[in-house]
Design a protein around this ligand. Structure first.
Ligand code: ADP
Ligand code: MG
Length: 259
């Protein structure tokens, strides 16, 4: 496999806690990878390391062969990694369109303030960004809300708005942290169709999701984490029957039941 993204031996410690412990995996162009594991297993930490929110204590992350370790989140976004957040990051004071354009910031020479509010940015850039936002909102099914405030959107629709924003950066790798949380089954199904369509255009997608039906039907490959370690990797079929994965989920559930 020619790797678009290479994650090698990545570690991240908080205090004494190893949130990530020597995790490696690769991702090819157009591939959809599921990152699964019980709560606290390190999934969001991995996305935070990949997007530059956290610097790893060890290991390397390479996109197209270039190391991203130590780069700022804005530089990583510009290099081609975009993400959504487990806890939504919607700006209530901006319109739906403007919320999408925030994601375009890394591609605009004049920056977001210029692009969105016309403060000295090029008119052409501004117009292009606006039509891009409309296209992306159309793609995620939110075209009718383009000029509305985000308060008009349901929780599930806000997740789609975050996806549109992440796409505005024109990513090579799109990382979605629990995109189905709060979505109806119909919304999740529509999101799965969208993700497959994006992958077909060559975008690689990493998706963290607890909805196993969603993951199993969507992804090409799964990486399973437990206590910050990779415990399994393989096709959905292989992971479904993997002893270590079953043990990890059952073990935690057993723990919760005993409390
Ligand atoms: P997941 O997304 O798989 O549920 P996380 O990556 O959020 O798990 O968390 C992995 C572990 O790291 C957890 O024990 C969590 O409490 C801890 N952790 C995550 N972020 C921080 C942080 N900023 N400071 C301290 N501990 C953290
Ligand atoms: Mg998480």
């Amino acid at each position: 496999m020619v790797e678009l993204l290479s994650v090698r031996d990545v570690g991240k410690t908080f205090g004494g806690l190893k949130a990530l412990d020597g995790v490696s995996f690769g991702l090819a162009k157009g591939e959809v990878l599921g990152l699964v594991g019980p709560n606290g297993s390190g999934k969001s930490t991995m996305i935070n390391v990949l997007s530059g929110v956290y610097r790893p204590d060890g290991g390397d992350v390479r996109l197209d062969g270039r190391s991203l370790v130590g780069a700022k989140p804005s530089a990583i976004a510009a290099a081609g990694l975009s993400r959504t957040f487990q806890n939504l990051q919607i700006f209530g004071g901006l319109s739906v369109r403007e919320n999408v354009l925030v994601g375009r910031d890394c591609r605009l020479r004049s920056g977001m303030l210029g692009g969105v509010f016309g403060l000295g940015g090029s008119l052409r850039e501004e117009r292009e960004a606006k039509s891009l936002a409309a296209d992306l909102l159309e793609k995620v099914g939110l075209a009718r809300f383009v000029d509305a405030p985000p308060s008009m959107l349901s929780y599930g629709q806000r997740r789609l708005l975050e996806v549109a924003r992440a796409l505005a950066a024109d990513p090579k790798v799109l990382m979605l942290d629990e995109p189905c949380a709060g979505q109806s089954q119909a919304e999740a199904d529509a999101l799965a169709v969208l993700i497959r369509a994006l992958a077909k255009t060559g975008i690689a997608v990493i998706v963290i999701e607890h909805n196993m039906r969603f993951v199993m039907n969507l992804v090409d490959r799964i990486v399973a984490l437990n206590f910050g370690r990779k415990i399994a990797e393989g096709t959905p079929e292989a992971i479904r029957g993997d002893e270590a994965v079953i043990e990890a989920y059952l073990g935690r559930r057993g723990h919760a039941e005993r409390r």
